[in-house]
Write a protein that binds this ligand. Structure first.
Ligand code: ASP
Length: 326
């Protein structure tokens, strides 16, 4: 059997980062080009044919609509290429959950699409870049990885884009998966699927946005006033995601201002600033025209909200149905 053929779309991040020394703290992400990285990977002798494309080489804090658009175009092209078995996107971990989820919503699930990053630069002690990348190659090369939406490989865990989030600022276990756990466990020589595929044969759920609507996240805190909402409305928000207290709560003044915004046609989604947990629909949500984010944290809720608005879905009930589906 011939070696699997994988397209690697590189965007930078710590997996392409350099510290300049084994112990320096102020490393720079996005330094190593994909040709050099794949040259290092080739030394490991993993049977895979990799074709690298440099889409960007930056800190993922600077990834946004323009790079998403180009990355999405190249991912679709690779998916349509009969000589490509799977796609790997190398990415900084800071916004990996946003890119992964955006692509999960806007790509078909016909071929494996795997995001991979690293928590330590290539020349730092205990660098996890090549280890994670080798696991990602194993996943992208496995036909069983298709039909699961976009996947994220960090350490030996394979997480689904719908559930993954960065939960810690450092350490090799920086990512968590909620409400479902890891989809698979990978090592360079083994891959164990722990869940059946749930999107076999599915087309893209939503069109990739032509324009990304303005959807700020409002981080809630004790003592917050209605002015925090007014600023966002005045700035032209098309939607607002509340990173609320507890189960998506806010002070009365904020809640009232948000309800007013929702009645003006702004999509208002209640998520939580708490690390993990469901935000359910409440009886008052209907009258307020609020949407409950369910299992999605604020960053992912924002992406779904943008995709829905760009696809012309703004009615709170229709938006809620899309959130329930996750
Ligand atoms: N700041 C880096 C980035 O997101 C962090 C990382 O990759 O882990 O590009």
């Amino acid at each position: 059997m011939s070696a699997p053929s994988i397209t690697v779309l590189a965007t930078g991040g710590t997996i392409a980062g350099q510290a300049g020394s084994a112990t320096r703290a102020d490393y720079r992400p996005g330094q190593i080009d994909i040709g050099t990285f794949l040259g290092d990977f080739a030394q490991l002798g993993v049977p895979a044919e990799l074709r690298g494309q440099q889409v960007a080489n930056i800190d993922s804090a600077n990834i946004g609509p323009d790079i998403w658009r180009e990355l999405h175009r190249r991912t679709l092209a690779a998916m349509a290429d009969p000589d490509c078995d799977g796609i790997i996107i190398t990415h900084g971990t800071d916004t990996a959950e946003e890119t992964a989820f955006l692509f999960d919503l806007t790509l078909p699930s016909s071929k494996p699409v795997v995001l991979v990053g690293a928590m330590r630069a290539a020349d730092a002690v205990g660098s996890d870049g090549l280890r994670n990348f080798t696991n990602a190659v194993r996943v992208a090369a496995d036909a069983e990885a298709a039909g699961r939406g976009v996947l994220l490989v960090m350490g030996d865990q394979v997480l689904s884009a719908r559930d993954a989030r960065k939960a810690r600022t450092s350490g090799s276990n920086a990512f968590e998966s909620f409400p479902r756990g890891a989809v698979a466990l990978a090592t360079p020589s083994t891959l164990d699927w722990l869940q059946p595929p749930w999107r076999v044969g599915e087309k893209a759920r939503w069109a990739f946005p032509d324009e990304f609507p303005r959807v700020p996240i409002l981080h809630c805190h004790a003592g917050q006033g209605a002015d925090s909402v007014a600023l966002l409305v005045e700035a032209g928000a098309h939607g607002i995601v509340l990173a609320g207290l507890g189960a998506g709560n806010a002070p009365d003044a904020v809640r009232e201002a948000l309800a007013e915004a929702a009645h003006q046609g702004i999509v208002v989604v209640r998520a939580t600033r708490v690390d993990e947990g469901l935000v359910d629909r409440e009886p008052a949500d209907e009258a307020n025209r609020f949407v409950a984010a369910r299992a999605l944290g604020p960053a992912k809720a924002r992406i779904l909200c943008q995709v829905l608005i760009a696809n012309g879905i703004t009615d709170p009930d229709a938006v809620q149905r899309a959130f329930n589906r996750r």
